[in-house]
Design a protein. Structure first.
Length: 602
């Protein structure tokens, strides 16, 4: 007897706080959700030291009278549900009735609220009521949470840097702004405004506030519905990509949720539109009967279960894919007939520079929308209608002079080229197919790997016009922490405004014409890592630049160019695979060929 005892309320609230209040962002989330549920049109969030010192939230919502204000800090007190049946039709963001009690148990809270008739002031410390009295205040709620975790010092040990904690809150406020464009949000940190939206109700304006006007202009609207669900939102053109799914914002009945299957479905809708390992920026709103959703899965309320999930996934996939397909290429009603066009000598060269080739049509899955014709395809059709002999330009140049030859690489004689993509070569023991893009990737990779490794002593080329880069404010904070790492590989970012950067010069060996793209890729690698690993950054930079600069498929080479390519490949350190691990060269033995033609029978 006597081993089992009931915990007192302050202790149980602290334990509950461990589930609900993980960091300052958790407090902001719960209090902003309350403000939205109260019908607020404006919500201001004022932070000091990323919220660890002070979180001050002001709204113009319905407010509370004195009785409700005092009761709201009791555990399991809620205005959102009345009985168990309401759990299956939740239409509000908050409903669990433990947030305020948990927050108050690990901080010092001051609440001023008014329902438009009576104002109330309440002060609590560590969950204990210190003072309550009438208070004059405009309608709405003003709540201040100070010295978070002051009575649980062990929790403070697990907090990250102030910039990291602030970054989480900025990300959260971005999601609120995207989900509720009709609410005017303002986020201020240490007196500096980080985010401010107009509350106009236009999601594209919010996208501009978060990602910049240039990206907002390249976001595609989409909308679709079934009997059970309606989906709508914006998604980016394929040219706007990111390296992870964090830029896919998912909202179910206004609630920001994390759902791996939905995010994967959004990415799958871009099949053949996006490069490998790249993700779109997307804002997806899902509306449906609350009876079809279970949001009471986790105290954070970010996990959700969905009924009729397969039907919803198909709706999302079809809606986004059709929107992206229509935006990328304008649909046509009638297939145009190719026109006979005469090309001047200069336009012939331009045609080759854009890698225009005539290819045999291949069978493909019929898309769910009309297949439009691009300007590139019109050029191809015109060239096919009136072909002229065109000599390809001399574009290949050696990059590995002075290196030793690989003893394992065979002695090859160039025979020809297949489809402008594969080099055919023969030797005494058969013939070989060489993927020209993969081959030059390997050659350029080893060249750039050496150059990137010499980044500390590199020569730099000034730009006539600086390159400009725009990011959200939480991304900008992370970049500022890693400017030195980028400088080590030759990217010198200068802060240019609140969340913008410029580059005035770049290493002379950067591939010409790809400077902006390469810098963007390197910045993305920084943003997607917990910390900058310079060695990995250099490796990734070499792989990326080797791919950008290498000969592509459907590019016809003259025989001397193919011979030079194979000679360079033979001098490569590892000539048999490209930097991504794909084979560069495939061998067909004479014996195997003769067996295929039945010249030998065993």
């Amino acid at each position: 007897m006597g081993k089992i005892r009931l915990m007192d309320e302050p202790l149980s609230n602290k334990i509950a706080a461990g589930e609900v209040v993980e960091r300052p962002t958790s407090v902001v989330k719960e209090l902003v959700e309350n403000a939205i549920d109260a019908g607020s049109g404006t919500v201001e969030v004022l932070l000091e030291e990323a919220g660890l010192t002070s979180i001050h939230i002001i709204d113009n919502g319905a407010g509370m009278d004195r009785e409700d204000a005092l009761l709201s800090f009791s555990r399991h007190a809620t205005s959102k549900i009345a009985n168990e049946h309401d759990l299956f039709r939740i239409r509000t963001l908050g409903f669990r009735g433990e947030a305020l009690a948990s927050i108050a148990s690990v901080s010092k809270v001051t609440l001023q609220t008014s329902d438009g008739v009576n104002g109330t002031f309440v002060n609590l410390e560590g969950g204990r009521l210190v003072e309550s009295r009438p208070n004059a205040l405009r309608q709405g709620t003003d709540i201040k949470v100070e010295q978070l975790f002051f009575n649980t010092p062990a929790r403070l040990k697990y907090m990250k840097t102030l910039q990291t904690e602030l970054g989480h809150t900025i990300d959260l406020m971005n999601r609120f702004a995207l989900s509720y464009p009709a609410v005017a949000f303002k986020l201020v940190h240490d007196g500096k405004t980080i985010l401010q939206t107009s509350g106009s109700g236009e999601i594209r304006r919010v996208l501009a506030d978060i990602y910049g006007v240039a990206i907002a202009k390249k976001m595609i609207p989409f909308e679709g519905e079934t009997q059970d669900y309606k989906v709508s939102g914006f998604t980016s053109l394929p040219e706007i990509t990111r390296a992870n799914k964090n830029y896919i914002s998912l909202f179910v009945n206004g609630r920001w949720v994390k759902h791996y299957a939905i995010a994967t479905t959004v990415h799958r809708a871009y099949h053949t539109f996006l490069p490998l390992e790249r993700q779109p920026i997307a804002v997806l709103n899902i509306e449906g009967d609350p009876y079809l959703t279970d949001v009471n899965v986790h105290p954070s309320k970010q996990q959700i279960r969905l009924s009729k999930e397969k039907e919803l996934m198909e709706l999302i996939h079809q809606t986004i894919r059709q929107a992206v397909g229509a935006a990328v290429r304008a649909p046509v009603i009638e297939e145009p007939k190719p026109k006979k066009t005469t090309f001047s000598p200069s336009s012939q060269l331009d045609l080759w520079k854009t890698s225009v080739t005539v290819k045999e049509p291949q069978a493909a899955e019929k898309p769910p929308y009309s297949s439009p014709v691009t300007e590139q395809e019109e050029l191809e059709a015109a060239a096919q209608a009136d072909p002229e002999p065109i000599s390809p330009p001399q574009e290949y140049s050696s990059a590995v002079e002075g290196m030793e030859e690989s003893p394992q690489f065979p002695e090859l004689e160039v025979v020809g080229q297949i489809h402008g993509t594969y080099i055919v070569a023969q030797s005494s023991d058969g013939f070989y197919l060489v993927d020209q893009h993969a081959a030059q990737e390997r050659i350029k990779y080893e060249y750039f790997r050496e150059k990137v490794g010499q980044a500390d002593a590199m020569e730099r080329q000034p730009l006539l016009l600086p390159l400009t880069f725009h990011y959200s404010r939480d991304e900008a904070l992370r970049l500022q922490d890693n400017l030195a790492s980028l400088a080590e590989i030759g990217v010198f970012l200068e802060v240019f405004g609140d969340a913008s950067f410029i580059v005035r010069e770049h290493p002379t060996w950067f591939p010409k014409g790809f400077e902006q793209e390469i810098v963007e890729e390197l910045i993305e690698q920084i943003l997607n890592g917990n910390r900058a690993d310079v060695k990995k950054l250099r490796e990734d930079a070499a792989i990326m630049m080797s791919c950008k600069r290498s000969i592509k498929a459907n590019h016809y080479l003259q025989k001397q160019d193919m011979e030079q390519l194979l000679a360079d490949l033979k001098r490569a350190e590892q000539p048999f695979t490209c930097p991504h691990g794909r084979p560069v060269i495939i061998h067909f033995r004479t014996y195997d060929v003769e067996k295929m033609f039945k010249r030998i029978m065993n």
